[in-house]
Design a protein around this ligand. Sequence first.
Ligand SMILES: NC(=O)c1ccc[n+]([C@@H]2O[C@H](COP(=O)([O-])OP(=O)(O)OC[C@H]3O[C@@H](n4cnc5c(N)ncnc54)[C@H](OP(=O)(O)O)[C@@H]3O)[C@@H](O)[C@H]2O)c1
Length: 445
Amino acid sequence: MRVAEKLNRFIIRPGARSLAAFGNVVLAAHSPHAAACLDSSRHRTLLQRRAHPCLGLGRRSATVYRGCMPRRPARGRLTSASARPRLSAPCLAKQLAGKCACRSNVMPEASTLPEDFRCFYVTRADSGDVRAAVATRPLGELPAGDVLIRVAYSSLNYKDALSATGHPGVTRKFPHVPGIDACGTVVQSADARYRPGSHVLVTGYDLGQNTWGGFAEYVRVPGDWVLPVPPGLSLRESMIYGTAGLTAGLALRALAHRGVEPGAGEVVVTGATGGVGSLSVAILARAGYTVVASTGKQAEHGFLRELGAARVIGRDELHDTSDKPLLAARWAGAVDCVGGATLGTIVRSLRRGGCVAACGLVGGIQVPLTVYPFLLRGVDLVGIDSAECPRAVREEVWAKLAGPWKPAALDRLASEAHLEDLPDLIATILRGGLRGRVLVVPQPR
Ligand SMILES: NC(=O)c1ccc[n+]([C@@H]2O[C@H](COP(=O)([O-])OP(=O)(O)OC[C@H]3O[C@@H](n4cnc5c(N)ncnc54)[C@H](OP(=O)(O)O)[C@@H]3O)[C@@H](O)[C@H]2O)c1
């Protein structure tokens, strides 16, 4: 018997139309022999093996595989290796749902899902021209993944603007859907940690870079990218934070780990009215630090004081282009969203043992520095990588963001936009003109 024939025998299709539409399959091998067939088949690389004893038919257990198949098996029927009576797909789904304690592994009927979804769709022509517009695409075009999420909110980050305008350092694969953040409700899950109906969030990894992202009504992602929305945060609040909040939280954590505690002295935040900046001001102040906010926006000093800044300074104060290796020691710590000469100025003006968490590059990528601040003042320059930071660290920081660091003014940081508003907002964020956080609502107005 050819491998393909054997494969057909083991196909369980709870929701045959969903399989045909989305290319998802659930294969259950009811014997070691059947599992061996799958393990050695040419489809192996497309399938994830999941030992899941409760998904077996009858009393027998099964080794379950999930994945994306390149071809469409015959519709509407279940066949099993042992010539069991044929079941319709909905009937099988009900049986599995009744037997399986882990309902998240049962795919919902295709009829509960739309055939297509709205998204902010970015294309690149052969000439290199990048265009972005709201579009409707078939749900089957979403990338393969364990967890399908109906997106309630995404948010706009500087990186999204780079992705949407075709910056090759962020996105190389087109057509593309940007959005490095997403939160919402699980619709389908092949990952036992997430049940349909639960509230989850995703930030970073490859979401919105080369994997279609949160500027869409749906995202499909690997289970390891997903976190439950922590108790203490609503879906909306989780995206007011989003990547910007996680980055601010990681920066605060880095300062504290290097001994920059509340009471150590002034901590300066640059790019303070931006997403990472405004959240850094707010959570540092909430955690008890004395925060100095640096901004280029004269009109927003009041906003920054409302967030908890003790003082507000102009961004020119932190732009020293002299070649002095050390400047007057001012700061116990810093969260820098700007990079370039600003980061160089801060490192040279840290107090002995001070620390700067480097987050951003809106002001440039070259940092003019000598080794003197490190050798003569023992300062630390710490890099923050929110996209790939380990899961345990994410969980720790999200719990703090939902609890002791959560600012009373969190909601005041946010405005809401729809997909149609994104072109204007992207142009604004690229020229440094946004204030606070913009929530992106992918559902139609
Ligand atoms: N490391 C990570 O994991 C991570 C995560 C998220 C973001 N980031 C980076 O952090 C930076 C900020 O991201 P964001 O999403 O918060 O962007 P954002 O909302 O646009 O904030 C950037 C802010 O920087 C200031 N600014 C803009 N252009 C400037 C310039 N030429 N010189 C000096 N200041 C300037 C502006 O604030 P003022 O007008 O108040 O000065 C602006 O609002 C970006 O470089 C982004 O790539 C890094």
